[in-house]
Design a protein around this ligand. Sequence first.
Ligand code: BGC
Length: 474
Amino acid sequence: MGISTKPAESSQTGASKENKLPDRSLAAGFPSGFLWGTAASAYQIEGAVNEDGRGPSIWDRYAHIPGKIADRSNADVANDSYHLYKDDVQLMKALGAKAYRFSIAWPRVFPEGTGTPNPKGLDFYNRLLDELLANGIEPFATMYHWDLPQTLQDRVGGWMSRDTATAFGEYAGYVAARLSDRVKHFFTINECSRLVDLGYGAEVDAPGLTLAQPALNQVRHHVALGHGLAVQAIRAHGRAGTKVGPAENIVICVPAIETPANIRAAEIATRELNAGYLTVMLEGKYTDAFLAYAGKDAPKYTAEDLAVISSPIDFVGLNVYMPHHYVVAADDAHGFALTPFPASFPHMESSWLKIGPEAMYWAPRHVAKLWDVKSIYITENGTSATDQPAADGHVDDVDRIMYLRNYLTQLQRATSEGVPVLGYFLWSLMDNFEWSDGFEKRFGLYRVDFKTQRRTPKLSASFYRETIARNAVV
Ligand code: BGC
């Protein structure tokens, strides 16, 4: 494959390299030691779906069903990172990134979901970790980024059964025992809410089900339980000092106008609209409003389940893409009112990706304030863009730079006010398999030609490299 790791220079970034930094940008920078990284996930980049004993996942099955993926693609090969991981580590290094968030494919480690482990599957992650550490990049590993072993779906209905939560805990403990000599930070589940709502409720993600409310609420509970069991297993089997937390796409509630009353309303809304995941993880109970709303469809659970779900965590990971709601104060029992997005609300290349940089300020601020969380990571943020390559292959993705600059400015606002965000993982290192959008939507700092596997830095790679070098948005 051809590979070029040096981020492209525009005349502007080339010139700025020569200039002395204005004091202004230094003064307004991120805290020293702020951790800059990039993120990706196993199924979206690894390929090699039939190699070294990996079992099938629900995404393998789903992607091969005609009509499910927009461009009729699948991730059998994707970025072939299973073989090209050393080159991909060099892409990170060229950015000056100091951390990498990746996910472990459960069906590589336990091809049948449970039972006999497959040492060759784990070996891939051993090789990856060694390569990252040799290049000064700290690994942050996600245990589950949606690639459930197909056998668990077939045998017990996947997350419809609490057996899957149990199996997930066992798998997480097994992995922590073997990787925590090098991985100091584990995320349990990536985006509980999306995997439930789009996978089991809306037929958009694997396994492609459309369950009715009672069953969907039970799935929701099992996923939260799986998170808690994994937290406990990682603590029990990981080395002393191993840290663990969720990576959740919370419903981000932004005050429509920053008045004290609206800010309070947005806080209440944040607690209620995240009741099924982050709130129960941090409070150990479902809120009254959540239970009242679910009524007879509420999940079945025990007090012991709630204790497991709320096992103490070390940090909260937040995936931030867009505001989910603008909120104004209301006099009714809830204390908040949600304003719908007007049809003219701007969005990026993916029509769901509404542009709301202030989400990046309010998400961590609400979490820190509501639950007194002391350590937060932004585990994903980024955008799709049209990314039309010029004749010589370079991509001037100024729209992605606009998006990132504005979101990072809001993050800088948060850290400068003392909101305890310790690091930021940009989604994504390189274009990859964007789930049911296939390869049509590109989120990478590096453009990938999926025919040749050539990776080419976009202009946004230069922007990110400059940001990392200065530890400030410029
Ligand atoms: C997911 C990623 C995905 C990204 C962009 C997040 O919901 O964790 O896997 O590629 O959003 O859609």
